[in-house]
Design a protein around this ligand. Structure first.
Ligand code: DC
Length: 222
């Protein structure tokens, strides 16, 4: 059973996904970290970021692994390095390249297979592309000012103004939604939850309710 939780940055996806996974006893995969690892590798290898082929080569033959939120590249823990501004911007750039996505999506599907086939998977295209057959698809949204306020609580946003954070989120939303390869958008059968006026417990509760309903429907259909 895959539970796909998609949506833009700053909606609280990671917190909600971790909580849903813990409640269901399932592993949790944050696919943003896989694109961040790809962006970091491209930067580290001084690849031309505007050349998809060169970037794809830079991430070839490296072992990107994720275990309980810790990301390693060829066995070295890079988790901390993935949150910096430069890597954030690079991840958005390289995530637009189909050559890169093909490799990273394969890694994500393998991860779920190797964890027994059931997981809570969060990202941008999980319900549309990576796991189109997911039992539950949720798309989280929130008003831009709410997302900027939530982001300002993150460690990496500490020295930024609210305006700066809002502008960066808007730029990344634009890049993620307008790219031709797997753009950010809800799947046709996703449940859209506007989290602007909800707290985390409400959102988690709503998703657990959807999981419960979908499992019962599946059970009845068998
Ligand atoms: O969720 P995040 O901020 O860690 O994601 C980093 C970048 O990766 C973001 O610009 C969008 C991209 N991404 C993607 O294209 N597809 C996903 N499934 C997850 C993230």
């Amino acid at each position: 059973m895959v539970i796909a939780i998609d949506g833009p940055g700053g909606v609280g996806k990671s917190t909600v996904s971790e909580r849903v996974a813990a409640a269901l006893g399932l592993p949790h995969l944050d696919t943003g970290s896989t694109y961040r690892a790809a962006g970091m590798l491209a930067l580290r290898r001084r690849a031309e970021l505007d050349d998809p082929r060169v970037v794809a080569d830079a991430i070839e033959d490296v072992d990107i692994a994720i275990d309980e939120g810790v990301v390693t590249v060829d066995g070295v823990d890079v988790t901390e390095q993935l949150r910096g501004d430069e890597v954030t911007a690079a991840s958005s750039t390289v995530a637009a390249y189909p050559e890169v996505r093909a490799r990273i999506v394969e890694l994500q599907r393998r991860w779920v297979r190797e964890h027994g086939g059931s997981a809570v998977v969060e990202g941008r295209d999980i319900g549309t592309v990576v796991f189109p057959g997911a039992l539950v698809k949720v798309f989280l949204t929130a008003r831009p000012e709410v997302r900027a306020a939530r982001r300002s609580g993150d460690a990496e946003a500490a020295r930024k103004t609210q305006e700066q954070i809002a502008a960066e989120l808007a730029a990344r939303d634009h890049a993620d939604s307008t790219r031709s390869a797997s753009p950010l958008r809800p799947a046709d059968d996703a449940v859209i939850i506007d989290t602007s006026d909800l707290d985390i417990d409400d959102v988690v509760g709503e998703i657990l309710g959807i999981v419960d309903r979908r499992e019962r429907e599946r059970h009845h259909a068998q």
